[in-house]
Design a protein around this ligand. Structure first.
Ligand code: 6PG
Length: 241
């Protein structure tokens, strides 16, 4: 059953355009490291949610060299593809290769989605694990060409309701692989900071739709703090039209 409300709750969006991906990645890195310092100073830990796909790779690679209190970091995933843990399709494998295998974050602090168990069971197991924390300190998200974010796709349930589960099983996803697990919109919105990383000309139409106020999945993430969207010039061109 698709439950997409007619009108999305208000989403406060701050757009930031960068001339190239180097400056975009540097800005994202500074935001993550600063947020970690603040969270650890305030409550002794930093809970970050990772985005999948290709765009965040450079940020994860840059995090390898960050001066951070790694033992206090907890890493969660916004979505995962249903494949064995070592499969190159897995977002968790990408994050390990680019970053997690190179820093001293304790293995027990890396909370992978058990997507190898199949979407339905993995969603139940991950929702149970998420009960251990309240608001995320930092949520990283990407944007698909159709306006999807995490694995919340147009025409599917985005889990925007207060009683929506924290994690959703996704089938027939338009972006391969078809079987996935995604955190729901309501759970991703329970965050102190939300940052979208968006690069490339392919994202122009989705950006234009977002700015027009269309009900796209990316617009369903509505934390009180608002969201920041880092765009490169190629993706931002639409913003001017
Ligand atoms: C996934 C992602 C997905 C991604 C967007 C953008 O597992 O595929 O979580 O939501 O962020 O599709 O992907 P790119 O960064 O590769 O363009």
């Amino acid at each position: 059953m698709t439950r997409v409300p007619a009108a999305l709750p208000t989403q406060v969006v701050r757009w930031h355009v960068f001339p190239d991906d180097a400056s975009l990645v540097a800005n994202a890195l500074a935001r993550v490291v600063a947020a970690a310092r603040d969270a650890i100073a305030q409550h002794g830990a930093f809970d970050i949610v990772l985005a999948g796909g290709h765009t965040p790779r450079k940020l994860y690679r840059a995090l390898r060299n960050a001066d951070a209190d790694w033992p206090r970091w907890h890493v969660w995933f916004g979505d995962e593809r249903c494949a064995p843990p070592k499969d190159p399709e897995r977002n968790s494998r990408m994050a390990h290769e680019e970053w997690l295998d190179h820093v001293a974050i304790p293995a027990g602090n890396v909370h992978a989605i058990p997507a190898e168990s199949g979407a339905r069971e993995a969603a139940v197991l991950y929702a149970r694990e998420l009960r251990s924390i309240d608001a995320f300190d930092f949520v990283l998200l990407g944007l698909g060409e159709d306006g999807h974010t995490a694995s919340l796709f147009p025409g599917h349930d985005w889990g925007m309701h207060a009683d929506s589960p924290d994690a959703i099983a996704v089938f027939k996803a338009p972006k391969p692989p078809p079987e996935r697990v995604s955190l729901s919109a309501q759970r991703l919105s329970n965050a102190r900071k939300v940052l979208y990383l968006v690069e490339g000309v392919g994202k122009r139409d989705a950006i234009a739709a977002w700015k027009r106020g269309d009900a796209i999945p990316a617009a369903s993430i509505t934390p009180e703090c608002g969201v920041d969207v880092l765009l490169d010039a190629a993706a931002a061109a639409a913003a001017e039209t």
